[in-house]
Design a protein around this ligand. Sequence first.
Ligand SMILES: Cc1cc2nc3c(=O)[nH]c(=O)nc-3n(C[C@H](O)[C@H](O)[C@H](O)COP(=O)(O)OP(=O)(O)OC[C@H]3O[C@@H](n4cnc5c(N)ncnc54)[C@H](O)[C@@H]3O)c2cc1C
Length: 385
Amino acid sequence: MDFQLPREIEEMKQVVRDFVATEVEPLAMEIEAQDEVPQDLLEKSRALGLFGLSIPEAYGGMGLSMIGKCALYEELGKTINGYTTILGAHNGIGTVGLVELSNEAQRQRYLPRMATGEWIGAFALTEPQAGSNAASIRTTAVKKGDRYILNGQKIYITNAPIAHVFTVMAVTDPSRGPKGITSFIVERDFPGFHVGNVEKKMGLHGSHTAQLYLEDLEVPEENVLGEVGQGYVNALKILANGRAGLAARCLGSSQYLLDKSLAYAMEREQFGKPIFEQQVIQHYLAEMATEIETLRWMMYRVAWMTDMGMNVIQEAAMLKLYGSEVYNRIADKAVQIHGGVGYIAEYPIERFYRDARITRIYEGTSEIQKNVIAAQLRKRYEAGR
Ligand SMILES: Cc1cc2nc3c(=O)[nH]c(=O)nc-3n(C[C@H](O)[C@H](O)[C@H](O)COP(=O)(O)OP(=O)(O)OC[C@H]3O[C@@H](n4cnc5c(N)ncnc54)[C@H](O)[C@@H]3O)c2cc1C
């Protein structure tokens, strides 16, 4: 067993760490206040290859293994979560379907431009009445000649205002339930595609989430992604693949909060000594460090299993559940250790506290992850009887 990351991944981590320190972190207050990531930062991110993490080298991407991607996400998690959500949604749920399920013609058309970030990706599953119960979507796709006509509404779609390529799930055969759902590759300028207003959110400022209106949207038949009727299975696969990446960003943010909390505890004096000298503060820090260490090795194991082509349904659900819950617990302790400073918007801690909250909700809530884990446990029990 080897717990050492390969040298080239360590080197890439260092490049991302430097980029975050010099180009991203200085913009934190501006992005938070304006709720906008400057174009210049997106350009610099494109130039560094940060939009091509999931795309094979043959199509212009970095072709990273899941371990490599998670190592970089861990670094990116240490900075503005709104900015890293743009990258995470693109490289994860926005791109993975096109890498894993597409045919060669689709790859040629989409992957090179997505690898450079010229075309940003998004994933559109959720609808007003279909959140956790994703199989209950109502957007329809009716075949007419050589195209499908889509009608429906999607909500909370990350990157919608800036994305060009959308992986959209729609019902092609209402009589077949989840087996009647199909995935489509939709381009922003297809006739009948409209992006609604950007939602105002508790956190993740700079990352934009909006509704989509599909009104007699025309999608060429060749833009079916994977097989007709496999859309629900595809959506689950894409979401499962994204889970390690999301947990890696939770890990990076948790590590950032521990580092800040430790430094603050050492420097802040009350009752004539640093607050670190209070055993309760030491215990908070020890608990934070222990959970981070547990999360880190859980994450790299799931990444390794993914790279080995192993089934990670249960482990990825455990990882997403644990990663998001750890991040939230650590954000809460970080606010507590910082006292009043932890609540004041001039400092970064309250921003991370607000940003942490969404990780327990999107890409499958904590409750849904527990349902997935329990279903796998039941399967194992029944298989063993
Ligand atoms: C900022 C943001 C970005 C998002 N980005 C995207 C995106 O890019 N693409 C996309 O398709 N979607 C996106 N979503 C949607 C997100 O994935 C859903 O909000 C999430 O899956 C939960 O669905 P819901 O909001 O409808 O909650 P509901 O499903 O209504 O759930 C409400 C509560 O009930 C619980 N619950 C529901 N069913 C069960 C059950 N069977 N067992 C136990 N508890 C249950 C839930 O866990 C939750 O606590 C985004 C959401 C947000 C807020």
